[in-house]
Design a protein around this ligand. Sequence first.
Ligand SMILES: NC(=O)C1=CN([C@@H]2O[C@H](COP(=O)(O)OP(=O)(O)OC[C@H]3O[C@@H](n4cnc5c(N)ncnc54)[C@H](OP(=O)(O)O)[C@@H]3O)[C@@H](O)[C@H]2O)[C@@H](O)CC1
Ligand SMILES: [K+]
Length: 489
Amino acid sequence: MNGYSVEQVRTLEQRAMSALPDGVLMQRAAAGLTAILAAELVRRRGGVYGARVLIMVGPGNNGGDALYAGARLARRGASVTALRCVGTPHAAGLAALQAAGGVVTELADPGRPASTSWTVDLAVDGIFGIGGRPGLPDPVAELAVSLQASGVPVVAVDLPSGVECDTGAVPAASFHAVRTVTFGAMKICHLVEPARSRCGELDLVDIGLDLSGGQPTLTAAEESMLASSWPFPDERSNKYTRGVVGIDTGSDAYPGAGILSTHGAVYAGAGMVRFLGPAAAAQVIRAELPNVVFAPGRVQARLFGSGWGERPDGARVIAEALESELPSVVDADGLRYLPPRLPPSWLLTPHAGELARLLDGDRAEVEADPIGAVRAGADLTGATVLLKGATQLVARPGTSEVQVAIPGPAWTGQAGSGDVLAGVCATLLAAGKRADAAAVLGASLQAVTAASVPGPLPPHELARHFARVLGALESRAPDRCGRKDLWTH
Ligand SMILES: NC(=O)C1=CN([C@@H]2O[C@H](COP(=O)(O)OP(=O)(O)OC[C@H]3O[C@@H](n4cnc5c(N)ncnc54)[C@H](OP(=O)(O)O)[C@@H]3O)[C@@H](O)[C@H]2O)[C@@H](O)CC1
Ligand SMILES: [K+]
C-alpha cells in the first residue's frame, strides 16, 4: 500500500483519461463508490431500498462522483437528497441525480430543517477531493459538527473534506468519516495522522490507473513485509551472526531509559547486548536481564542518547563511535551532540520536537509537513532518520522515497516507547539490516505487538510480547533463502 501526492495522482489520471472517452473514469469511480455505499446501507439497515441518503456536494469532480453515486442509489429505491454546500455542483451529475428522482437543497436554504435534526441513514461527503484546500467554510464546518452530533455516519469520497491531502495535516475543521472510498491510488492523507484517523475504514476502488513505473511518495509497510524481512535466526546462527549491540543510554538522573532500551534490544532478539551506560541502570538490568554483559568488547552496532540528559562528553563519545565505522542509533538527548555530517548507516530517531531542533525550526512546522521534515532531516545530517510519533516516517538521505511503518494503537504514544524502539532498531542494525529497514521493521514490530495485546502496557512489558509476535510472523515467513525484497539488504 503506497501513498501518492496530488500531483502524481493528477498525472496518472491524465494518462488514463487520454486513452478513454470523456467521463469514463468518473463513472468507474461512481460505480465503485455506489457498491460500497450500498454495502454500508445493507450493513447498517438491511438494504438500500427506502434508505435516506444525504449527498453533500462541492464545486468540483468530487461532488460529481458523489452525485452519480447518489443517482445510482436513487434508482435502487433510496431516498436521496443532494445538499449543495459550496459553489456550483457538477452539472451532469446533478442532472443525473434529479433524473433518478433525487431532490436538491441548499445548505444556505432558510426553508431547510434545522441542522440539528439530521435523520438520514448515511451522509456522503462529496464536498472537496484532491482539489481541496485544508479547512472548511464556516457553514460547512457547522454541518460537519451537527452530523457528528446527530450520530450520522459519513462516508467520504476520496478523502474527508478539510484534511490536507499531501501532508496528512488537519489544520482546521474537517469531516470525520466512518469510511473513505478512494480511487486508483492511495493518497498521503490516507496514511499519515491526524488525517488518517479522519478517514475511518479505507476502500481503494480500481479505476484503471497504471501505477507501474512511478515512484510513490510514501511506501507503507505491511505485515507480510515484516514477516519476509525480519532477520530470524536459523540453524547457522550464533550470537555474532545475530549481532552484538553496545548500549550507552540512560544517566544517573534517567536510569529508566537505559533499562528500557536494553529491554528493546534483548527482546528483539539481539545475539548479545553489552550495556555500557550508568551504574544505576546497570544494577536493575543485571537483576532483570542476566544475559546482558557489562564489560566493553566487540559490538556490531551501537545505541546512544536515550535518557542522557546533559552529557558533557556526549560529542566526544559520538565522534569516537563514528571513527569505528559501525552503524549506530542516536536517540533523544544524543541528538544534541551530533557532528555536522553522518553516514546513511547511522539512524537518528527524533520525535517531532527533536527533529524541529535539528532543523532549527519549530515543532508546528514539522507537524504541518512531517514528510518534508523527515526528508530535510536526512539531507541535513546525512543519516537515515526515523521520525517517531502517531505516524512513523523513515527517510534515507539522497533519495526522495519516504517509508511509513505499520501504525499502532494510540496508547503506544507514551514515555519510554521511543527508548524501547531505539533498542529494537539497534538490534536490527547489529543483525546487518540497512538503517532504513531497521527503522521500519523496528517501528512496525512495536506497533503490531501493541495491536496484539489488551493495552495499554508499559513499554518494557510490551517488549516481552515481541517473541510471541515474531514467532507468529516467522511461521508465515516465505522461504528466506530464495526471497529478496524491499528490506532484504
Ligand atoms: N481527475 C479524474 O480523472 C478523476 C477525479 N475524480 C474525482 O475528482 C476529484 C478532484 O476533483 P477536482 O479537481 O474538481 O477538485 P475537487 O476537490 O472536487 O474541488 C475543487 C474545488 O473546490 C474548491 N475548494 C477547495 N477547497 C476549498 C475550500 N477549503 N473552501 C472553498 N472552496 C474550496 C476549489 O476552489 P479553488 O481552490 O480552485 O479556489 C475548486 O473549485 C477527486 O478527488 C475525485 O473525487 C474521480 O472522479 C476519478 C477521476
Ligand atoms: K470528500
